[in-house]
Design a protein. Structure first.
Length: 412
């Protein structure tokens, strides 16, 4: 147990407390000059009434607590915690909040030391120990209050953004929701449909652990999207999927595409999981429902691709997109290569024959067989399917059937 403070040190604490108004004014000025949270044009009038008051309360908490006689400690902590919640609602980062408290601790300690004479310095260690104990108690309380409020505000904002995205892609104007979020509905959007695969921590954890890992994965992806595409992006991401609306200028420009294509592999890196996307532009908000459906369909076409951050773009998937439409022809087309199912070597040969631009010798080299073997297999494919892959019509038919089978669509 620490030794009680001498009367001289207690008197030094009282004198330092009388200087708190002066210390508070200096703290506000120093904070205004050094805090990265406030930009150019910031003046102390913006925060002085609140911060100066909280600085005095915190100083009293430090000094009276160190003296061992602070009947108002609980009320002081409640006031500081409430102020921390307000700062969280304002968007102040917790690092900035804690830094301001540490700055005040330093200034109050310097004031106390300046009031201590050399003859009374023997008990200074005990005095400072008591002040730092009070500082830890206060910083823990305010940072905890800030974190809880920050998370609550973040959750509310996230839900509001999700509601706005749902409203816009369903064809409603979203004006009122946008106003509540403090944003505007853009004249046009690019729609990015996103698929998030499982993070390695998800399948190995219990349900709570899976939710935490999934939320962390989605949060990291959302942060990278906002970092790359700007803070006006509306992102509604769940653990495994989501929609992102990217404000754009009306018109035919596709300058956004290069940025999104470059971003997709980074999303996979930060997620630590498979990420795939489909993208489509809406020239006006009224086009958002169609653009959202198209983006989702394009995503479905690339979900199975073994390509980090694969992005489905209509101009690159014209054949695949047309083949994927749910028509009677799609089922019949798949039946063309159905007889090959029991013979995987024939399916592989046919696929490589297409991949190598119908060059039988190159196909043979890849398969490490004689070119005559390729001829024999192609003849076997013709016998089984009734469609000879050495004719132009059969090439179109078999190629379409292979493409459709490779899409691995539900119900196909």
């Amino acid at each position: 147990m620490s030794q009680p403070l001498s009367p001289q040190l207690l008197a030094a604490l009282v004198r330092a407390e009388r200087r708190l108004p002066e210390i508070s004014a200096q703290a506000v000025e120093r904070y205004a000059q050094s805090s990265p949270h406030y930009g150019e044009g910031f003046t102390t009038e913006h925060v002085y009434p609140v911060m100066a008051r909280n600085c005095r309360i915190f100083g009293q908490f430090l000094l009276r607590g160190a003296a061992g006689a602070n009947e108002d400690a609980h009320a002081q902590l409640d006031t500081l915690a409430a102020a921390a919640q307000d700062r969280a609602e304002d968007g102040l980062p917790v690092t900035d909040l804690v830094d301001s408290y540490l700055m005040i601790v330093d200034m109050v300690c310097q004031a106390v030391l300046s009031e201590v004479s050399a003859a009374d310095s023997a008990g200074v260690g005990t005095l400072l120990e008591g002040m730092f104990a009070q500082a830890r108690r206060a910083v823990y309380r305010v940072s905890d209050a800030h974190q809880q409020e920050y998370e609550a505000v973040g959750t509310e904002t996230l839900e509001a953004v999700r509601d706005l995205v749902r409203e816009l892609i369903s064809g409603r104007p979203g004006t009122e929701l946008a106003r509540r979020l403090g944003t505007r509905v853009a004249p046009a959007y690019v729609v990015l449909a996103v698929y998030l695969g499982e993070h390695p921590a998800e399948p190995s954890a219990d349900e709570v652990g899976r939710r935490i890992a999934g939320r962390r994965k989605a949060r990291r992806v959302q942060q990278e999207i906002r970092r790359t595409l700007g803070g006006d992006v509306l992102a509604a991401l769940e653990r495994d999927e989501g929609m992102v609306l990217i404000p754009a200028d009306p018109g035919p420009s596709t300058a956004w595409l290069t940025t999104i294509q470059a971003m997709m592999p980074r999303l996979e890196t930060v997620a630590g999981a498979t990420v795939r996307g489909g993208v489509s532009a809406a020239a006006a908000t009224a086009d958002l429902p169609h653009a959202a459906v198209l983006a989702q369909n394009l995503l479905n076409l690339v979900r199975a691709r073994d390509e980090p951050g694969a992005l489905g773009v209509l101009d690159s998937l014209l054949v695949e997109y047309q083949l994927a439409q749910p028509t009677e022809a799609r089922t019949s087309l798949l039946r063309v290569i159905e007889p090959l199912t029991p013979f995987p070597e024939l399916v592989e040969t046919l696929q490589l024959y297409f991949d190598n631009d119908f060059n039988r010798r190159r196909t043979a080299r890849v398969l490490q067989v004689h070119p005559n073997t390729i001829d024999n297999r192609l003849a076997r494919i013709a016998d089984l399917t009734g469609t000879d892959p050495r004719t132009s019509r059969a090439l179109m038919l078999l190629g379409s059937a292979l493409t459709l089978a490779n899409l691995n669509l539900p119900g196909a």
